[in-house]
Design a protein around this ligand. Structure first.
Ligand code: ATP
Length: 199
């Protein structure tokens, strides 16, 4: 699996649609200060489901929509799509190319899609779990993050190894099952109370 293409429209400084085709190997993005290099990485973080406007260097999520310049009107929506070559089927989905899309409108409404089919953020997170690509993965290392990885708590470092070892999805499923068990236990307690009152 490898990153094939990034398409950005209306996101931050990219008022016009841009497409970046990644070839196998290393790709470097260079440009003058303020030309939008970090905005490209923000776009990748955002399409993968980033929920923190602060992490994307804004104060609210709508700040990611192109907000106009002296000679160009603001846009009403932003859209980012990230495509992976999945011919090795590393992503657990029956497609040899997978495109994840996120849209946001000025109303605050937002949408996620996998291969043009609307889905939940949860579906995207599950798809990328244990691949190292999700926003909690280790594939996106921001400025200054190496220091924090080296000096962060042992539990935080363990999370990186767990993602690399491919056990995050099992931990997530265990947590979900435990939550269901707890809810079921609470329901049993409530039913027993009702039975007790009726007897
Ligand atoms: P540096 O090399 O200094 O880190 P950079 O190439 O990484 O710069 P970015 O930080 O990606 O540059 O881009 C900053 C530019 O993006 C600024 O000019 C800012 O005005 C513009 N920008 C950010 N958000 C928006 C938005 N919502 N609408 C329009 N422009 C935006």
């Amino acid at each position: 699996m490898y990153l094939k293409k990034l398409e950005i429209y209306g996101f931050k400084s990219f008022a016009d649609k841009i497409e970046i085709d990644f070839k196998k190997g290393i790709t470097g993005i260079v440009g003058p200060n303020g030309s939008g290099k970090s905005n490209i990485i923000d776009a990748v973080r955002w399409v993968l489901g980033e929920q923190s406007a602060k992490t994307l260097r804004g104060s609210k999520m709508e700040d990611v929509i192109f907000n106009g310049t002296s000679h160009r009107r603001p846009l009403g929506m932003a859209e980012v799509s990230l495509s992976f070559d999945n011919s090795d089927k590393l992503l657990p989905i029956d497609y040899s190319e997978v495109t994840i899309t996120r849209r946001i409108y000025r109303s605050g409404e937002s949408e996620y899609l996998i291969n043009k089919t609307p889905c939940r953020l949860k579906d995207i997170k599950e798809l990328l779990m244990d691949t190292g690509i999700g926003i909690d993965g280790y594939s996106l290392i921001g400025q200054g993050q190496i220091d924090s990885i080296l000096s962060s708590k042992t539990e935080d470092r363990r999370q990186i190894f767990e993602e690399a070892a491919g056990i995050v999805k099992y931990k997530a499923r265990k947590a979900e099952a435990e939550k269901k068990l707890e809810n079921t236990y609470q329901n049993i307690v409530r039913i027993n109370d009702i039975i007790g009152e009726l007897e």
